[in-house]
Design a protein. Structure first.
Length: 128
């Protein structure tokens, strides 16, 4: 399975899990935001990510990783600058750190993972 598809598949399941957990975990036990809008956001994007990964179309898995990576980084910026949708998502500092780390990782994987692994597996490389 290509790297982008594998990452999108695993990450989408994590997003759905986090969305559900946000609705059932008592706020006193949560380190991240449990805002209903934020939980719905995780559920919706988890389903989108899983559909992209399960489609067996590499460009869709790659687009999800790049797109969600950018969205995560934008959420960190929005939280820092107190921009929309901060009042709806009510991010915590833990959310901010996760957005930067996960966003950078997804963006990097989406842009470079499969092209790098394709170069490593190319016949030209093996012949050289």
């Amino acid at each position: 399975m290509p790297v982008n598809a594998a990452v999108a598949r695993v990450f989408s399941v994590v997003l759905v899990f986090v969305g559900v957990l946000g609705f059932v975990l008592p706020p006193s036990m949560a380190m991240t935001s449990g805002a209903p809008a934020y939980n719905v956001f995780h559920l919706v994007f988890g389903v989108i990510g899983f559909v992209c990964a399960a489609s067996n179309k590499q460009h869709l898995a790659r687009a999800f990783n790049v797109g969600f990576g950018v969205i995560d980084l934008l959420q960190a910026v929005a939280s820092f600058l107190h921009l929309w949708p901060e009042q709806h998502f009510r991010w915590t500092r833990v959310d901010d750190v996760l957005h930067v780390v996960i966003g950078a990782a997804l963006l990097t994987i989406g842009l470079f993972a499969d092209s790098a692994s394709a170069k490593l597996a190319s016949p030209e490389r093996k012949a050289g």
